[in-house]
Design a protein around this ligand. Structure first.
Ligand code: SAH
Ligand code: SF4
Length: 334
């Protein structure tokens, strides 16, 4: 965003440093606060560049005040949701990389919307800056960023990659690489391209099934053309080279993928791999037939007893439809 502006007016490097300091590090809340720039330059900026490309529409805060869901509108008029969660004293921001999602996993509310629009990197960063600015007023900071909102990050690779570079860059947001997580449904080719960039951010794979057949049923679009065999080939190579553990997300759907047999099969699939399973109990979605599992503890025990690291994700924000997979902007389909 600022790059083009800087080029147009031949702005010197020290001015960009001043910009980065105020915009990314001090989370300024309007261009007027860019007081390290001379007034005429600031006025040009004000005229030519919107302070945020995403326009805030509304905020919803959960009853326990630990989750805040924010609705934004893009210039094209599409809606995007982002979530701030307080977990164990940490402030985690869950960003969207699309309005809707083209992958259409059959249990996911966002997937029922289809794709409205892929966001550019600035629109992704706008979500982070929005919460950063809010937290700053309370003398708090963002601790973690997760790409787990609307959309499939690996189908918007260029914008997502550039946003990650902005997050990690020590002159801009300067986040530690292990404080950012990219969650993907597993597009193998793009995953390989992403991993080859070596950002070192955490990787979470939406697995959701212990075998190809069940995964094909739950996530047909991605699963059929990105088989478990091909997916693990890329992931195994990555863990061998980096020694970094992969998180596998597994959403438990009652009577679908939550049996003792499914847990044993999952344990066998992951045995010998550097893996952490993150079990997520299903957040029910009004228009979809799936139900929460009542087998989550047993499922976890089986994995643990088979030597697989396994945690249960504490769901929050369900009362404001801000939990995983519930972001759908109350679309008329859901
Ligand atoms: N598209 C990416 C990231 C966004 S979804 C992906 O699929 O990984 C973030 C996580 O929430 C994914 O693991 C997704 O499968 C899961 N999820 C989707 N719908 C859900 C629901 N209704 N309840 C719980 N988790 C859900
Ligand atoms: Fe898209 Fe992820 Fe939902 Fe699948 S689970 S439809 S990839 S957002």
């Amino acid at each position: 965003m600022i790059e083009e502006f800087a080029k147009k007016y031949s702005i010197e490097k020290y001015r960009i440093d001043q910009f980065n300091q105020k915009y990314y590090k001090e989370y300024l809340s309007s261009w007027d606060e860019l007081t390290t720039w001379p007034k005429d330059l600031r006025e040009k900026l004000k005229k030519e560049i919107a302070f945020s490309k995403l326009i805030h529409q509304e905020s919803n805060i959960s009853k326990n005040r630990k989750t805040e869901k924010v609705l934004f509108k893009t210039e094209k008029g599409n809606f995007v949701e982002s979530v701030l969660m307080k977990v164990k004293g940490r402030n985690t921001v869950c960003v969207s990389c699309m309005s809707g999602c083209p992958v259409g996993c059959i249990f996911c509310a966002t997937g029922q919307m289809g794709l409205n629009e892929s966001l550019d990197s600035q629109q992704i960063i706008d979500q982070i800056l929005y919460f950063g600015r809010k937290l700053r007023t309370k003398n708090e900071k963002i601790s973690n960023i997760v790409y787990m909102g609307m959309g499939e990050p690996l189908l918007n690779l260029e914008s997502v990659s550039y946003s990650i570079e902005t997050i990690l860059d020590k002159d801009r947001l300067a986040f530690g690489k292990r404080r950012a997580t990219l969650s993907t449904s597993g597009y193998v080719q793009n995953l390989k391209t992403f991993l080859d960039k070596n950002y070192g951010v955490k990787i979470a794979i939406s697995l959701h099934a212990p075998n190809q057949k069940l995964r094909d049923m739950l996530m047909p679009k991605v699963s059929k053309s990105n088989t478990l065999k091909d997916l693990f080939k890329v992931l195994d190579e990555y863990t061998q080279n980096s020694n970094k553990r992969i998180t596998y997300e597994y959403v438990l759907l009652k009577g679908v993928n939550d049996s003792v047999g499914n847990a044993i099969e999952l344990a066998n699939l992951l045995k010998g791999r550097l893996a952490l399973v993150n079990l997520i109990n299903y957040n029910e979605v009004g228009c979809l037939p799936f139900k929460k599992s009542d087998n989550i503890k047993t499922f976890q025990m089986i994995l643990l007893n088979n030597g697989i690291n396994c945690t249960i994700r504490k769901s929050q924000g369900g009362d404001i439809k801000g939990a995983c997979g519930q972001l759908a902007v109350d679309s008329n389909k859901c």
